[in-house]
Design a protein. Sequence first.
Length: 559
Amino acid sequence: MPTIHTSETAETPDISGAYPRLADTQLEALQTRGTRRAVDAGEALFSAGDRDCDFFVVLSGLVAVVEGRGLQDEQVISVHGRGRFLGDVGLLAGQAALYSAVATEPGEVLALPVTRLRELVAADPGLGDLIVRACLIRRSMLISLGVGIRIIGSRYSPDARRLRDFAARNRIPARWLDLEADPAAEALLDRLGVRPEDTPLVILYGRQLLRNPANADLARALGLPAPGPAGAACGLLVVGSGPAGLSAAVYGASEGLDTVVLDQIAAGGQAGTSSLIENYLGFPSGISGAELAERAALQARKFGARFAIPAEASAIAADDGRFRVQLADQTTLTAQLVVIATGAAYRRLDVPRREHFEKTSIYYAASPAEAALCHGDPVVIVGGGNSAGQATVFLARYAGSVTLVVLEDDLSEHMSRYLISQIEGRPGVRVLCHSRVSELVGDQMLDGVVITDRHTGERSTVPAQSMFVFIGTAPCTGWLGGLAALDDQGFVRTGPDAGPPAAGPDGNAARSLLETSQPGLFAAGDVRSGSARRVAAAVGDGAMAIRLAFERMQATSPR
């Protein structure tokens, strides 16, 4: 595995903003909240798997960041001297450490509890942004290096794919060892005494083995936050953490509401899988969906919001002025206000053998994780909207060839002009308009896709080892169980569209714009009927939902 630096006697150069050196004034601000302490050569400040680690700043000496400390494949990731700080975004989010930090010579460090660091970040935006930006870049570097957990299994295993997807969506650095293609995978299994049929296997911190863990089990082992105890109560429960849910969490928590956020897979929703969002206000160079989600989640945590991932809402009921939300693991949470932000999922193609190839070769997201799996291969992308366009532009940098299959007669029917301009004339990209996928070819893995021209009926086979599908969305509203009115496509009706308003306890019958047919229950983002289906619109929905929720609270509170 490549390393950033291999010497333990010199600092790693900062060429990307990942390792800034704090100024004396910034060090002074940190020292008022931390504790200075001497360290000896060889002393570990923290080790892989440790939780609730302090935030460390090097005051003198050198500290190395090491993966697999004490193991056969130990690697030095980076080395830091005076003014440098340790940790990545996992530290700020309360996750377990994925590596160790070891002093390579005698020196002194400053240790701050993360809670005090969060206080300082809130009080000093300049220093806070410097630290957050560096931590985000470091996490991206760890992902590109494969530093972190190991997932070993067969490319034909649905469970192996599930674990890879979960790690990718949660921005957990992982290295994939394919039993069919990587000789090191079987050698490692032999060393561990594990049979290939007992995979997929996850190795954490170089020593802990999990055999085909459920997503929730892997999340617990990694220190991802879990739901509270059964019956736990909060002021605001946000179900779903796409842009709308994250916005609601930020604004709700910043207004003092005890806020809990649930998500079945990871923060970010569909937007979190976007390789680059170029039309979001304030980011002229674009921002990846994953970075936008990470920044928003950190911002929400700064104000006190709590996240539970993975946590799937399975039912909801109104109970004496409060809402009871039951999770798939039978945990029940109660809240005074609920924001539905579960978004929508991409629809499946109606084509034979789709379910068979979904286990290995069909994807509904195009992130760096998927790009790494199809590097140099021919791929097919199905869809004519912005998501398909973004996937085409992104995957063209990695795939051997890209064929975009569009049902409409022209890309301009549903795709933004800026994306069309990037697609046109791009080497290795072919666009097939007025076409549909009619057949999938292959045995265990996809080998090709049969395309039918809707005008002529002509059929042709396009080589493809992966297919990415973005053909419209279906709302994630099954868990509502009739509590809120839906439109004929299953999206949540809000405001006047939700039907005649029901009077609240004080006789106030007004229903606000984002309130559902159930008073106190709000919908925001793509799950809402009539939503603009844009990241900016979803963020606006989340903020507006909190404003309207406060108005509902004021209208129904005893006078």
